[in-house]
Structures are given as structure tokens and as C-alpha cells.
Design a protein around this ligand. Structure first.
Ligand code: ATP
Ligand code: MG
Length: 403
């Protein structure tokens, strides 16, 4: 039989309440979420006015959770939460009860306080203490010690699990970071090694003293070396841009630009450097101005056109500019093999490349990531639309500068 307030619970009910506490703690995800409920449950097996948890933090002992539930509730700010006892409990490392009189108890029952406190243990280590306070009596009895220790054991369990979960989360977080860094280094070193391998190989070959090469071979090998050095340069530029974008330090110099002039210029340049590409320019509307960094926009279209040339070889590439609801809408459309639906969003992620094209064409998967970041930095939007077997269209929207 346990005495609870003014009513008596049977042994069965006591067991039920104790099971409820165990169940509550077992299914709890965080301590904070269940401590108030745990206090309510503890009140079913013990009488108390205040429930206070202290935790050790290094050499300090700090209150972690406190709840005033009974008498003195309105005075919770005035009453010293079990500070008087907590040091004693932790030093003694066992359950202690204590009585304090801090004034005239006849006048105010709050002046007569009965404490019971018990250490919270993690294995053999004391991590804090649970203290229950009763104002005006009756004193805690020997029978109640077991119940207090039962509740404290469950609280310690709860805190321990939360601590463990936090530790696991931290470990998982740092493992993820490590994995990402490893992937990054692996991708980058592979991409850097390829052009470097060509440069080294052809240079060593040309320098061999036991063989002489005709002028044509010389020129051909030097051409390859030149091309690979350009590739290396472009890759390093992309890597730098990508890391600047990640750290938010990419410089964008805005100025008023005429979109059709930018596009005409760019396409002329591309056609001179890539003789195989067949670009058709369709400009609708005139004097379409945007606030932009022409160099960064150039980077975007360079990548879209180089992609069209790499992944849709021989296809016509249509570049269209038009005005659309206070925005400029630019489309770069090819009639190549297209991109399957499942890759359409992913191609804008850093290092993502469609598995099938990966083997045929060289690239690092940074281009579209940089494109999207640049367009977004201009307050715009870029996305891809594609039909397998028919072709791919990249749509760019930029706010029109209407001043
Ligand atoms: P990088 O541009 O960094 O040299 P990349 O061209 O592989 O390398 P992205 O420009 O980001 O990288 O393109 C990502 C992937 O999207 C490409 O690897 C390719 O699989 C696919 N892709 C891009 N443009 C097209 C296109 N026009 N047609 C078909 N697939 C495309
Ligand atoms: Mg590309």
C-alpha cells in the first residue's frame, strides 16, 4: 500500500503507475519532451511540491529542470530550489533527506521545507541529482526513498539516452563531412589527372632522344598539349568558382547590359572557336536590358553551348531571346539525345553527370551547378526540359531592367 495525498492506492495501482513511468521513459525521444509528463506521473506515487533536477557541468552544479506543482507554486521564484541540499547529496553520493526552517513556520508553511534528494548516476559516475521538496511536511519516510530512487534512475536513463543520441548525431555529421570531402578530393584528383596525364605523356614522347618526329607529328602533339592545358585551366577555374560559390565569396559585378548584344557577341565567339557547332539565333523584341555581370553570363552560355556541342553533336542549337512578363526568357535548345526525367534536376548538382554520357564525353559535372548559382545570384531561374530522343532545352529567366 502506498499513501498518495489524501487517498490510498493499492499495490496494483502502484505497480500500474510505476509501469507507466517506465513506459514513458522507454518511448521518449528527448528528455525535454517528457520531463513535465514524468513529473505528473511521479506525483501519482509520491507527494511533493517541487521537483528539481541538477546536472554537473565540470566542477559546477547547474539547475537543469525545475517544476513547482503544489504548495508554494506561486512563490516559485522566491523559494530556493534545493540548492541547500544538492552539494551534500553529490558529495555523499547517496539519498539524503533534510529539513530546513527559514523563518516562522507557524506563520507560513513555506518556511518549513522537507527535502529528499538522490544522485543521478551514469554507471558509477554521478551526473547530477534529483531533489523533491515538500513544504510544511509531512517529512519524507524511509518507504519513499525507494520510489524517489526509482524515479531518479529513470531520469538518469532518459538523460543518458539523450546524451548518447546527441553524440551519435555529432559522429554521423562529421562522418558525412568526411565522406563528402573524400568524394570531392577523389573526383577532383581524377579530373585533374586526366589532362595532366596527356600533357606529361605527349611532352615526354616529343622529348625522347632516340626518335625524331616530323613537323606534322610535332604540331599534332603540341596541339593536344595545348588543348589539354586549356582543359586544365578551365577545370581549375570551375573548381575555384565552385568553391567561391560554396563559401559565398564569388564576386559579381552588376551593370546594365543589353541582352541581345551579349548573346550576339557570345555566339560569334563560340562559332569561331567551335567550328562544328551550328547555332541559330532568334531574337524577338529589342532593347531588352538586364542588370548583370556580362562575364558571368558569358560563363553560363559558354557552358550551355559547350554542353550542346558535347552531348548533342551535329545537332542544330537554337538560342532564342524574348520578353516574358517583365523578364527576359532565353532558351538554348538542341536536338540531341535528350536527358531522362530522373536526371533533369540532378544535373544541376555539383559533380553530377548522367551515367551514360559520362563514358563518352569528358567533363567534371560542375558546369550546370555554376550556371544555376550564377543565374540565381542575378535573381533569375534556370531549368532543363527534355524529351529523350528529341532534344533538350535549357530555359533561363532574368528580371528585366525597366528603369
Ligand atoms: P563541365 O561542364 O564541368 O565540364 P559536364 O559538362 O559534365 O562538365 P554539366 O555542364 O554540369 O557538367 O552537365 C552535367 C551533365 O548533364 C552532363 O554530364 C551531361 O550528362 C548532362 N547534359 C548537360 N547538357 C546536356 C545536353 N544538352 N544534352 C544531353 N545531356 C546533357
Ligand atoms: Mg558542361
Amino acid at each position: 500500500m502506498g499513501v498518495i495525498g489524501d487517498r490510498t492506492v493499492t499495490g496494483d495501482e502502484l505497480i500500474t503507475q510505476i509501469l507507466e513511468i517506465s513506459r514513458l521513459v522507454a518511448k521518449a525521444e528527448t528528455a525535454d519532451a517528457v520531463l513535465p509528463e514524468l513529473v505528473n506521473r511521479a506525483r501519482k506515487i509520491l507527494i511533493f511540491d517541487n521537483f528539481v533536477l541538477y546536472l554537473k557541468e565540470g566542477h559546477d552544479i547547474q539547475p537543469y529542470f525545475a517544476r513547482a506543482v503544489g504548495r508554494g507554486r506561486s512563490k516559485e521564484a522566491d523559494v530556493a530550489w534545493g540548492e541547500a541540499v544538492v552539494e551534500r547529496i553529490i558529495r555523499a553520493d547517496r539519498t539524503i533527506s533534510q529539513k530546513d526552517r527559514v523563518g516562522d513556520a507557524e506563520e507560513d508553511r513555506l518556511n518549513l521545507r522537507f527535502y529528499i534528494g538522490t544522485p543521478l548516476k551514469r554507471g558509477k559516475k554521478t551526473i547530477g541529482a534529483l531533489i523533491l521538496i515538500r513544504f510544511g511536511g509531512p517529512p519524507f519516510t524511509g518507504k519513499e526513498v525507494q520510489k524517489v530512487e526509482f524515479v531518479a534512475g529513470h531520469v538518469a536513463h532518459l538523460l543518458e539516452r539523450e546524451n548518447l543520441l546527441n553524440t551519435i548525431q555529432k559522429i554521423e555529421g562529421s562522418q558525412r563531412m568526411w565522406r563528402m570531402q573524400e568524394d570531392f578530393v577523389a573526383t577532383v584528383s581524377h579530373d585533374l589527372r586526366t589532362p595532366l596525364g596527356f600533357i606529361k605523356g605527349y611532352t615526354t614522347t616529343l622529348l625522347r632522344e632516340d626518335t625524331s618526329w616530323d613537323v606534322e607529328t610535332y604540331r599534332e602533339f603540341l596541339g593536344i598539349i595545348d588543348e589539354e592545358a586549356d582543359r586544365l585551366q578551365a577545370l581549375i577555374d570551375n573548381l575555384l568558382d565552385s568553391s567561391r560559390l560554396q563559401s559565398g565569396t564569388m564576386q559579381i559585378q552588376f551593370q546594365k547590359v543589353n541582352m541581345d548584344a551579349v548573346l550576339r557577341d557570345l555566339i560569334q565567339r563560340t562559332q569561331l572557336s567551335d567550328l562544328k557547332i551550328n547555332i541559330v539565333l532568334d531574337i524577338q523584341g529589342s532593347d531588352l536590358k538586364v542588370k548583370a555581370d556580362p562575364m558571368r553570363l558569358g560563363q553560363v552560355f559558354d557552358n550551355l553551348l559547350s554542353n550542346a556541342s558535347k552531348y548533342a553533336p551535329g545537332s542544330k542549337v537554337k538560342v532564342k531571346l524574348k520578353e516574358d512578363d517583365h523578364r527576359v526568357h532565353i532558351t538554348v535548345k538542341d536536338e540531341g539525345p535528350g536527358i531522362a526525367e530522373e536526371h533533369l534536376e540532378k544535373i544541376f548538382q555539383r559533380f553530377y553527370r548522367v551515367p551514360e554520357t559520362k563514358l563518352k564525353e569528358r567533363g567534371s559535372g560542375l558546369g550546370l551547378y555554376i550556371c544555376r548559382e550564377i543565374i540565381q545570384a542575378h535573381g533569375g531561374r534556370i531549368y532543363a526540359e527534355s524529351e529523350v530522343g528529341k532534344g533538350t532545352a535549357f530555359h533561363i529567366f532574368l528580371p528585366l531592367d525597366e528603369e
